[in-house]
Design a protein around this ligand. Sequence first.
Ligand code: HPA
Length: 242
Amino acid sequence: MTQLAIIGGTGLTQLSALTILKHEKLDTPYGAPSADFLIGRLNDTDIVFLARHGNPHTIAPHKINYRANIWGLKQLGVEQVIAVAAVGGITAEMAPAHIAIPDQIIDYSYGRLHTFYEDEAVTHIDFTNPYSQELRARLISAADKAGISITPTGTYGCTQGPRLETSAEILRMERDGCDLVGMTGMPEAALAKELGIDYAAISVVANWAAGKSEGEITMEEIERHLHKGMANTAAILKTFIG
Ligand code: HPA
């Protein structure tokens, strides 16, 4: 059976419905992953869970060892990854606590170790569709079955962080076609593709992106909206796995 993994982001450092059977501590040629891989069962299905920012949540987006995380999942035999991540909402539909299943990415991050192809023959993976269309379709249908209204597309812009953006940066991203802004979608998606892992994302809107609402963005606001968005995400995941 296809081995499925969930990478949890801010607001999803654990899955309460997951019965944990084993903690797998792995080392990889690229260093240590963010945390132990939790091997567990959800709705009678074996899954692997990884807390992207560590558990407790201490690793900032630009410090995550994305290569070790993806390599570790591959070592465990994972073939499909659902990546959950908090984002800022740029376009009108992407209000706080809303969920989108993005279909495109623009990468504004820099200086991250972003490929497994360092020394061998030069290799260019196809990245026309950064996310698995099949996994996306299944997530969209799970959301529908769970009765949770989501946006089934969206362009995710990945910024470097850990600071949030300026309002001018968000306006530029909007002109570029971004609907969502986050800090962890890349190089994660590309590394999964390099290793032949099917990868799709659930983007949970934590706040209006900079300049899209009155005043400053607060951590309190982010946490409040994430709480609701992550509860809906857990419901989608449960339906998906069931
Ligand atoms: N910008 C970037 N990443 C984020 C945001 C944001 O506004 N909110 C949650 N993650």
